[in-house]
Design a protein around this ligand. Structure first.
Ligand code: ZN
Length: 238
C-alpha cells in the first residue's frame, strides 16, 4: 500500500471507530476431514466454543444480524459486537452448531442457497457427499429465536458474471423461495463467493433486504455501508 493510501486509511479509521466484527463460517464438525480443500470450510465444535469464550473474555457481545443493522443505524449502542454467519446451508449447522449455540446463547444467521435444500443441486465442491439442509431442518431452524435465515441465491453462481436479469432472478427468487418454506420474511443476503458488482448491490437494496454481506473487508466501522458489510473469515489453522 502506498504511503498516501496508508495515511488515508489511518485518518478514516480514526474518524470511523470500530463497532465489531461479522464472522464468516461454513461447516461445524466434530472431526475435520483429511483433505485440505474440505478442511478449509470446516471448524470443529471445540474451536467454535473456544472462539466464543475468547471473544466474551475480551468484552465482546454476540448479536444477531438485525442488531448489526440497528447498531449501524445508531439505534442500538453497547459493547463491541460479534455476529456469527454461516454460508450455503449445511446440514451440520442444524445437527452440530445449533445445540452448541443454544447452550452458549449465541445468536447466528444462516445464508441458504435454495438449490442446496434437500440436495436438489449438488454442492460441486463436495462431489461425493450430500451435505445440504433438508426442508424440515430449515423450518426447524427458522423457529429458533437465536437463528436468522438469510438468502444466498438459487444456484450459488458468481453474481458479477451474470446479466442484470439473471442476478435479479437469483436474488429475488431465493428470497421468495425461502419465505415460502419458513413462512416469515427474509431480510438479509450474502453474496456467493463474495462476488458482486454495482448492479447486484442495487438489486439487493431495491428488493426488500436490510443488509448484504461480503466475504472479506475486516472489521465493521461506524458509517459502513449495510449492503457491502465487511466480514472476517473464521479460520481454524492446521
Ligand atoms: Zn457460499
Amino acid at each position: 500500500m502506498s504511503l498516501l493510501a496508508t495515511i488515508k486509511r489511518k485518518i478514516h479509521n480514526a474518524t470511523h471507530p470500530k463497532l465489531g466484527v461479522v464472522l464468516m463460517l461454513h461447516r461445524v464438525v466434530e472431526k475435520r476431514s483429511e483433505e485440505p480443500e474440505k478442511r478449509e470450510l470446516e471448524i470443529t465444535t471445540e474451536f467454535l466454543v473456544e472462539t466464543i469464550v475468547r471473544y466474551r473474555e475480551q468484552g465482546y457481545r454476540f448479536v444477531s444480524i438485525d442488531q448489526v443493522c440497528n447498531i449501524l443505524n445508531g439505534k442500538e449502542k453497547g459493547k463491541p459486537f460479534v455476529c456469527l454467519t454461516f454460508d450455503d446451508g449445511y446440514q451440520d449447522n442444524y445437527t452440530v452448531a445449533l445445540p452448541l449455540l443454544k447452550r452458549l446463547e449465541v445468536p447466528f444467521a444462516i445464508y441458504v442457497t435454495t438449490g442446496f435444500i434437500d440436495n436438489r443441486l449438488p454442492m460441486w465442491w463436495y462431489p461425493d457427499e450430500q451435505l445440504g439442509l433438508s426442508r424440515e431442518e430449515l423450518v426447524a431452524l427458522s423457529k429458533e429465536p437465536l437463528c436468522t435465515i438469510g438468502a444466498h441465491t438459487i444456484s450459488h453462481r458468481r453474481l458479477d458474471e451474470l446479466t442484470g436479469e439473471e442476478q435479479l432472478k437469483e436474488i429475488v427468487e431465493s428470497k421468495r423461495g425461502l419465505e415460502e418454506i419458513i413462512a416469515c420474511p427474509v431480510n438479509h443476503f450474502s453474496y456467493p463467493h463474495g462476488a458482486y458488482n454495482d448492479a447486484t448491490v442495487n438489486i439487493v437494496k431495491e428488493n426488500g433486504f436490510s443488509s448484504a454481506l461480503m466475504a472479506w473487508g475486516g472489521v465493521v466501522r461506524k458509517g459502513d455501508e449495510r449492503f457491502q458489510l465487511h466480514r472476517i473469515i473464521l479460520k481454524q489453522n492446521q
